[in-house]
Design a protein around this ligand. Sequence first.
Ligand SMILES: [Zn+2]
Length: 403
Amino acid sequence: MLSVAFGQAKYYTDNLRENILRGIRQKIRRGELSAKAPLGYFNEPRLRTIEPDKKTFNKVKEVLRAFATSEYTLTKIQSKMFSLGLVGARSGKKMPLSSVEHILKNPFYYGHFLYRGELHQGSHKPMITKKLFDQIQQALKDNGKPRKKRKEKKELLFLNFARCGECGYCITADRKIKKSGREYVYYFCTRKSKIQKCQQHRFLREENFSEQVKENCQKVSLPDVWRERYLNKLKIWENENRQTSDLFAQNLKKEISAIKTKLERLTDAYLAEVLELAEYQQTKNALMAEKKTKEEKLSDFERKGNHWLELTRNWILEANQAKNLALQDNFSEMKNYLKKIGSNRRLAAERLEIDFKKPFDLLAKLPAEARGEAPSEATNSIWWTVRGSNSRPPHCKCGALAN
Ligand SMILES: [Zn+2]
């Protein structure tokens, strides 16, 4: 009797576990996360779905957008969240930095979700685009690490602007007062790496730093003459491009369906036990992220069409504006501008190096003589080979700013 009873009990619990797991799997297939809703959402008890929380959804969105601008550190965004009323659930105080970071890294906000290390397509309403999410990840890399507060260092102009070109650690700054009473600001590597012994011992004077920031700004600026010429060219394209084909969209659709096929095959391979779980998950996550990027590109394109023309126009105006910042010696704006258009800003052997984003990198590569205001025959050809914008979709036949 007992063994029968126990046997049944075990059968019952086995069954229960199996049923729960099956339930979870089904939910995941429907794109529903079986867990506590992330901040900005709530678990709808009746439908058992995750829905936007009216009280917090827009606040979290504001926070994510703000962080994507790269103008916030983790501690700053933590304070912003607090001021918006986004506080720790139990403590009612500022949310711990680890939770803040977790929010910034959560793919749930762009419509996917992680379950046991695997990325799934969610059915919930996304808060942001994948593109913004990517920007947030970049901002996290650039200035995400919380730093100890040091009050007097606040006014140091280029603090948190660059990293050491050798060891990758932060560049810090210090004030020194010479015997003459003059005050100098120096920038140098913190040399905090325990693995790598950094050889960068030299100090860079702020004046020298400023000069290099200015030089870099000039490198990516567009002379007035060329602003006008490019804008005229743009007008011609605007006319030409009214009737562009939708080849670009078609290609994207093909690529997306190819990824879908790949995903199906991958799942087949996993089910046939050809692949290990870890291998399967890794490949799947990569494919899912790629699919999402392409889908966004497609819907962007379908919504905006010839948006690249507008982007090119903005680029022309912005690059021309950089010239004025340099003329005005507006160093804090120059700094922000370089932060926006350049990544991997690094300092080594007293030299500042920046990787400019496309298409600003093209300007940076131009020889110095081309940057004069008066166009000469020699520089003409150089400027016309600058390709105006990477945002130009490949279906467009005309080379961007090339003749
Ligand atoms: Zn270093």
